[in-house]
Design a binder for this molecule. Structure first.
Ligand code: AMP
Ligand code: GLY
Length: 423
């Protein structure tokens, strides 16, 4: 069968890499893809912000299955449109993707269905913000309601700062349309966990859990990013906790969406804070996580195509995935300046030496290929990924590989999975 993957990041490279391993797959296309993906899939240019452009590409390729990576095409209704045309597509409809598209929708949904989430207030103007702030203790989390590519959350140390941030968001200065409404939220502390499941609208099949590292700097300092690295191990959550998360979060969400007439098919990514009061939902994403997907797929032993088709056909079951007990870790190498402004077009060296290391896969995110060489073309450039029986070895391998790769301005966190190693 022919598969089309939509997107251009490290997540999509990992999806292409994994889908190609399925004996049922004869060819993988990626639109638009990136420099590294082009070595494994036929890439087609596409504007992922245009439904017309996505339809045109799929119409040329006529894939047997389309897998949507990023959230923007979901918001455009790519699954609705492709499905209407009879093209099998994995992912949620636009209505179901509201869980990610609108944080206020997600918060109210969680409250309606009694699923644990942080205390919050939804504000449409500064007239809402000022009185609402009286009910919060600093730090206060200020979130833009709409999609903001990981940049829509600010943790304000004081109420004054919270008011300033909210005002900048609401005015449209900071994030445009995405900030037209804001959510104020209680600050929670604990370990974050990315818990992903695949659903067919009714049942769920959990993936192994992972932990992302959102802040740009070591020790969780500096601004939030799209994610600077992730790891997954056999022990990141035990069986009892996994069952609890399925029973108290994933299944109720899927049942709630169905009851509200927006059946949820696809990947449901539950962003959780593991607090002293128990796991609490921070956010949902309606797609595979980036960079979590890179280490997660390194551990997947079953055929991903089978699980995606089970979701589409309404026959997801708890046992759709089989996993290696190995640990896997991804370290993101980013362009100088990221998550702020950065320069592109820097030549990348050492990729071949890095890929030769045992257990290592280098997934490309922001790269382009030109005359046999790779150049940077985005903020997050590479997801240097390694697996090993022990987490410590996987981490060592990933950093050994990073040490072999260089490009001007490259930076990466040195402490991915460090807290897990200390335990
Ligand atoms: P979100 O897009 O809602 O996941 O927020 C992005 C990141 O901001 C999360 O991964 C957390 O690191 C942080 N964050 C979001 N909400 C909270 C909260 N209520 N308390 C503490 N940190 C938060
Ligand atoms: N790693 C966070 C995300 O995929 O949104």
């Amino acid at each position: 069968m022919k598969i089309l993957v939509i997107g251009s990041g490290g997540r999509e490279h990992a999806l292409v890499w994994k889908l190609r391993q399925s004996p049922r797959v004869s060819k993988v296309y990626c639109a638009p893809g990136n420099g590294g993906i082009a070595a494994e899939a036929e890439c087609r240019p596409v504007d992922v912000k245009s439904l017309e452009s996505l339809v045109a590409v799929a119409n040329q390729i006529r894939p047997d299955l389309t897998v949507v990576g990023p959230e923007l095409p979901l918001k455009l209704g790519v699954v609705d449109e492709f499905t209407r045309r009879g093209w099998r597509t994995f992912g949620p409809t636009k209505a179901a993707a509201q869980l990610e598209i609108s944080k206020s929708f997600a918060k109210e949904f969680l409250q309606r269905h009694h699923i644990s989430t942080a205390h919050y207030a939804i504000c449409n103007s500064m007239d809402d913000v000022r009185p609402a702030l009286q009910h919060f203790h600093p730090p206060v989390v200020v979130k833009a309601d709409g999609l903001a590519a990981g940049k829509g959350v600010v943790i304000a140390k004081t109420k004054d700062e919270a008011a300033t941030v909210a005002s900048e968001m609401l005015s449209g200065k900071m994030l445009g349309e995405a900030g037209a409404r804001v959510v104020l939220e209680e600050f929670l502390s604990g370990d974050e966990l990315s818990f992903l499941v695949v659903s067919d609208g009714e049942r769920v099949a959990p993936l192994v859990a992972a932990q992302d590292h959102k802040r740009v700097g070591d020790g969780d300092t500096g601004p939030n990013t799209g994610g600077m690295g992730a790891y997954t191990t056999r022990t990141i959550v035990d069986d009892k906790m996994r069952d609890w998360l399925v029973t108290h979060i994933a299944r109720p969400v899927v049942a709630g969406m169905k009851a509200e007439g927006a059946e949820y098919k696809g990947v449901l990514y539950c962003g959780l804070m593991m607090t002293a009061r128990g796991p609490i939902v921070l956010e949902f994403n309606c797609r595979f996580g980036d960079p979590e997907t890179q280490p997660i797929l390194m551990r997947m032993e079953s055929d991903l195509v089978e699980a995606l088709e089970a979701s589409i056909d309404g026959r997801t079951s708890d046992g759709d995935f089989r996993w290696s007990d190995d640990a896997a870790v991804t370290v993101v190498m980013a362009s100088g300046g990221y998550p702020g402004a950065y320069e592109a077009g820097k030549k990348i060296s050492g990729l071949e030496d890095a890929a030769k290391l045992e257990g290592v896969e280098v997934f490309h995110a922001g790269t382009t290929a030109r005359e046999g060489a790779f150049y940077t073309s985005g903020g997050r450039v590479l997801g240097v990924t390694a697996r090993a029986v022990e987490l410590q070895t996987a981490v060592q391998r990933a950093y050994d590989a990073c040490g072999k790769i260089s490009f001007e301005g490259a930076h990466y966190r040195r402490d991915i999975a460090a807290r897990a190693l200390k335990r």
